[in-house]
Design a binder for this molecule. Structure first.
Ligand SMILES: [Zn+2]
Length: 93
């Protein structure tokens, strides 16, 4: 007659993130260059569309880069062709 079952574990279940993120940068991690390119294109389209419609947006991504920490790809807003000025790179003494 003991039917008081409290399932604590199921209620504390952590929701799985839709996309994996980088433990180092906290950015969305793309598995390969193509996935990053697709995402970049999509965001740039969204930004162009918003510009044409006169809407406001905060999309500033410019390019993709390979991350050494997670071995994935991220999008970033710095636009220097050779990567100078990238976070972390310029600090190397
Ligand atoms: Zn990363």
């Amino acid at each position: 007659m003991s039917s008081s079952r409290i399932d604590i574990r199921t209620s504390r279940r952590r929701p799985r993130p839709h996309r994996s993120t980088c433990p180092d940068t906290g950015k969305i991690r793309y598995r390969d260059a193509r996935e990053a390119t697709d995402a970049l294109q999509y965001l740039l389209n969204q930004a162009n569309l918003a510009d044409e419609l006169g809407g406001l947006h905060t999309i500033r991504v410019q390019r993709k880069y390979a991350c050494k920490s997670c071995r994935g790809w991220h999008l970033t807003s710095w636009a220097t062709p050779d990567g100078r000025g990238a976070p972390g790179v310029a600090l190397a003494a």
